[in-house]
Design a protein around this ligand. Structure first.
Ligand SMILES: [Zn+2]
Length: 209
């Protein structure tokens, strides 16, 4: 059972990070390497018109992916006049299920555009990183997301130990929880990096003289 506070938070709370926050967090923080490379190549005049199409697609997929979990806000606003944003009917959108939907949709779009399964997969991973970056912010802001729905339906928070007094919890558990929080952020950034690497952004160590 939900505790009443958590239940209220999950079902009725209309607080959420602004869409612009989700969008700019993904573009400027998670995809920082992409921005860095585009600006660098732009200054060296290495970006042509044909690249604009490809880069626009990445921008589009990243933007939609980073807002995808809040699709019910639009849906519920039109149908019910409410801003309930975490569920379509009883199906939680901040969940594994919707993460898979985002991944598959982006992968299909990638295949249509590139006709290449590796690039299609990378576009799917890029969308998934955007999707997860949304959950990351929501978890920090509100806590308690049904990450693993439909496999596991209880709300969980990965960042629950970010703001506790050290003495208040078991030391090893606290450290493990911190590691999980950091690993989640790492995983989201790493997915974006991997995807971008396959989509034209090469990164490697160049030894200095
Ligand atoms: Zn959200």
């Amino acid at each position: 059972m939900y505790s009443s506070g958590l239940y209220n938070n999950l079902v009725y709370n209309t607080n959420m990070p602004y869409p612009m926050f989700h969008l700019s967090f993904f573009i400027f923080c998670i995809s920082l390497v992409g921005i860095f490379a585009i600006v660098g190549s732009g200054f060296r005049k290495e970006i042509g018109l044909k690249d604009v199409k490809h880069l626009s697609l990445l921008f589009f997929v990243g933007s939609v992916g980073s807002l995808f979990p809040d699709v019910p806000a639009v849906w519920n606003y039109i149908l019910n006049g409410s801003m309930q944003h975490t569920r379509i009917w009883m199906i939680p959108t901040h969940s594994l299920l919707f993460g898979i939907v985002a991944f598959v949709l982006a992968m299909m779009l990638g295949y249509l555009v590139y006709r290449d399964s590796s690039k299609a997969m990378s576009l799917g991973i890029f969308a998934e990183a955007a999707f997860l970056s949304h959950l990351l912010l929501d978890d920090i802001a509100e806590g308690g997301l049904t990450y693993l729905y439909p496999v596991y339906n209880e709300p969980m928070s990965i960042f629950v130990f970010m703001n506790v007094r050290l003495s208040g919890v078991d030391f090893f558990y606290y450290n493990f929880a911190c590691f999980v929080s950091v690993f989640f952020i790492f995983a989201v950034m790493f997915m974006a990096l991997l995807a971008l690497k396959d989509l034209g952004f090469g990164f490697r160590y160049e030894p200095i003289e």
